[in-house]
Design a protein around this ligand. Structure first.
Ligand code: NAP
Length: 243
């Protein structure tokens, strides 16, 4: 049987990197997508290929539909199939709504919601033909609760939840599942500049999550046979922040 293939957007750093490494341990061949961090993406490839795993780094700005098309055609040229898509690439451009620049609104929506849509559209075409596949979208607790100073980010992440449920309904008859994972505060570059005391006061488990913990949940949704009966769901991974 052909080895399965996973594409993880934004997997040069942070949560995406942990997801790519975790999926490689399950025997999947992994596409490491990045926008700018070429050296870090190559490090992830090297780490995977130091073991029995296979990986390739592909540069593409997933906020740009033309580059997304290239990303998927390069993936097919490399391995001929796609079994798992993890839409992880994301950015923040925080600011109160009254001061938010048009560009900060557009950039966050274009990547965090548009990018998920462009990638889902490409993956759906491939997975419908294969009559199999698993799509996991990385949302956020901000998309469930809202967050002052993150109107752009929360709107995009809430949009991802509507997209996830709609696509889950569109693809279910072919056995393709589409789910979202909503992390709370996870220790990555994205949360480095935040006030950790203020964060910890909100989190019942009293700590930040680790990228590897999010990766474990994604591995379950992407690889476990029993996850075949889970679709259209939003699973929180947040130390009890949202309950
Ligand atoms: P991060 O450490 O800032 O890493 C972001 C990743 O996205 C990098 O690999 C980056 O690659 C990539 N990326 C950025 N712009 C891109 C673009 N236009 N096209 C392709 N890739 C791009 O972020 P993180 O904390 O791991 O977050 C990962 C996901 O989890 C995001 O969707 C985020 O919203 C979500 N999330 C994070 C937290 C948290 O607490 N950290 C909480 C909830 C949800 P380059 O360096 O090459 O640009």
């Amino acid at each position: 049987m052909l080895a399965k293939v996973a594409l993880v957007t934004g997997s040069s750093r942070g949560i995406g990197r942990a997801i790519a490494l975790e999926l490689a341990t399950q025997g999947l061949q992994v596409v490491i997508n990045y926008a700018q961090s070429a050296a870090q993406a190559q490090q992830v490839v090297d780490l995977i290929q130091a073991g029995p795993g296979k990986a390739v780094a592909i540069q593409a700005d997933v906020a740009d539909p033309a580059q997304v098309e290239q990303l998927f055609s390069q993936t097919l040229a490399q391995w001929g199939r796609l079994d798992v898509l993890v839409n992880n690439a994301g950015i923040t451009r925080d600011g109160l709504t009254i001061r938010m620049k048009d560009d900060d609104w557009r950039k966050v929506l274009d990547l965090n919601l548009g990018g998920v849509f462009w990638c889902c559209r490409q993956a759906s075409k491939i997975m419908l033909k294969q009559r199999a596949g698993r799509i996991i979208n990385i949302a956020s607790s901000s998309g469930l609760m809202g967050n002052a100073g993150q109107a752009n980010y929360a709107a995009a992440k809430a949009g991802v939840l509507g997209l996830t449920k709609s696509l889950a309904r569109e693809l279910a008859s072919r056995g393709i599942t589409v789910n979202a994972v909503a992390p709370g505060f996870i220790a990555t570059e994205m949360t480095q500049a935040l006030n950790h005391d203020a964060i910890l006061a909100m989190v019942p488990l009293g700590r930040l999550g680790q990228p590897e913990e999010v990766a474990g949940l994604v591995r379950y949704l992407a690889c476990d046979p029993s996850a075949a009966f889970i679709t259209g769901q939003v699973l929180s991974m947040d130390g009890g922040l949202v309950m």
